[in-house]
Design a protein. Structure first.
Length: 452
């Protein structure tokens, strides 16, 4: 995934809890560990929102607050760690066969939130002995608010054993979540057969050794029990619910965009003609040709997709990316401006425009746009980086140091964050809002140094 929208960063070796999530739990630090990578893309996240909206409404959750994000992982899994975010593994999205199956996963995870399971787990976290490992899991909570690269990934350090322990539910909770999920699906007008199909996908897992099982299975009821329960849900529903064309479209688009960046371009070009929606086929081909450095074909395909959906901001956003990566700055800025006109509240799209404006030499406009993006997603690491560079070019070293400090703090690198926060405190007007932000980072850094 070398493309900007999905670029993979080097793993950050450690993550600590900074002041941004200090209200949740304090004094927890992570040790060096493996990494999780969030894949951030405005198009994919919008598609997942379309799929999740009716389910979240049925669950009594605020659909404007609960986000569905993608973790780069080939396993068939999903999880929640707080009340505001559902994480889906990229492997799950690629492997499920229908919109209703993916919505069954979302409904199950939404049920954990709606049924209060998360609150109990957060309570357990406060008294957990393995604070160092579990502290890393809280880093995912920070990332859920936008801590990934605006158009790529951010590595989130985590202790694998503690991570699995924290994410596990009791089998009673899992059975409860299944029951609630079936209810949410039916209330939303979504065929609950997706839940039955999902459980069938796990058949045979119990026969595998523990090392080969999908971790998702280890705390869940046996698949045969879940299948029997799901069969009862489906039978109780009676008449089959017809598929929703809008849900089918966005499911195809999410999978198409993800696979176009994840798989080899040759695979995409070979499989794209099978796509029923012509604009999605063109989008997938645009990505594939772009990854093969064929600018003319890539632009021809994305322009054809735009012609089919002229009010679609995400296709203009993709066009802007293609142009940016071909160093056609002015044209990229124009495409990104159109995307923002159509989706002015999308922080990821705003970040793309700000980046294009900076590349095109529009320093003041770029600063203004990036600040708007930061205001909507203040833990977006890439926007913080771009803002720091822009402020440095604008001869505002205090602000540049502040944004760098916040970016390091977001990554859990509090020692480095403290260095830049001290520079910011010296250069910023005392008592000003930016000065206060720098003091917050500095305080978190000093507490971290004291504990170590």
């Amino acid at each position: 995934m070398a493309i900007d929208r999905f670029s993979r960063l080097a793993s950050i070796p450690a993550l600590t809890i900074c002041a941004l999530i200090g209200t949740l739990i304090g004094g927890i630090m992570a040790r060096p560990a493996a990494a999780l990578t969030l894949l951030r893309d405005a198009d994919i996240e919008h598609g997942l929102t379309e799929l999740a909206f009716p389910i979240l409404r049925a669950a009594g959750l605020n659909a404007a607050r609960v986000r569905v994000l993608v973790v780069e992982d080939s396993s068939f899994n999903a999880f929640v760690v707080d009340h505001n975010t559902i994480f889906l593994h990229s492997g799950l999205i690629e492997k499920v066969g229908s919109a209703r199956m993916l919505q069954a996963v979302i409904a199950h995870e939404a049920a954990h939130i709606a049924n209060g399971h998360i609150a109990r787990r957060i309570g357990n976290l406060h008294s957990a002995r393995n604070a160092a490992g579990l502290g890393a899991v809280l880093g995912i909570i920070a990332a859920a608010a936008g801590g990934g690269q605006a158009a790529g990934g951010i590595a989130i350090g985590t202790q694998s054993a503690a991570y699995r322990t924290f994410l596990s539910h009791t089998r009673a909770e899992e059975a409860s979540a299944d029951r609630s999920a079936a209810s949410f699906l039916a209330w939303s007008g979504i065929d609950p057969r997706g839940l039955l199909e999902l459980h069938h996908a796990f058949e045979g897992q119990e026969l595998l050794s523990l090392a080969n099982q999908d971790p998702y299975m280890r705390s869940h009821p046996l698949t045969r029990d879940r299948i029997r329960a799901a069969e009862d849900y489906v039978a109780a529903q009676g008449d089959r619910i017809p598929p929703d064309p809008n849900h089918d479209y966005w499911f195809a688009r999410v999978r198409g965009k993800l696979s176009a960046f994840a798989r080899a371009p040759a695979w995409t070009l070979r499989r794209a003609p099978e796509e029923a929606h012509r604009d999605i086929r063109l989008m997938r081909e645009a990505v594939a040709w772009h990854r093969q450095a064929d600018r003319a074909r890539a632009l021809a395909r994305i322009d054809a997709a735009i012609a089919l959906r002229p009010e679609d901001p995400y296709y203009y956003d993709l066009k802007g990316q293609i142009l940016m990566e071909n160093r056609r700055w002015s044209e990229a800025a124009a495409a990104c401006e159109k995307a923002v006109d159509l989706a002015p509240r999308d922080a990821l799209i705003l970040g793309g425009l700000g980046r294009a404006q900076l590349a095109d030499g529009q320093l003041k406009a770029g600063l203004d746009t990036l600040e708007k993006a930061r205001a909507r997603d203040f833990r977006d690491a890439r926007v913080l980086r771009d803002l720091a560079l822009a402020y440095a070019r604008d001869n505002q070293p205090g602000m540049a140091a502040l944004l760098t400090a916040e970016r390091y703090a977001l990554a859990g690198q509090l020692a480095d964050a403290g260095i830049h926060a001290r520079r910011a405190v010296i250069r910023l007007p005392r008592g000003s809002p930016p000065w206060q932000r720098a003091q917050d980072v500095l305080s978190a850094s000093e507490k971290h140094q004291t504990r170590n």
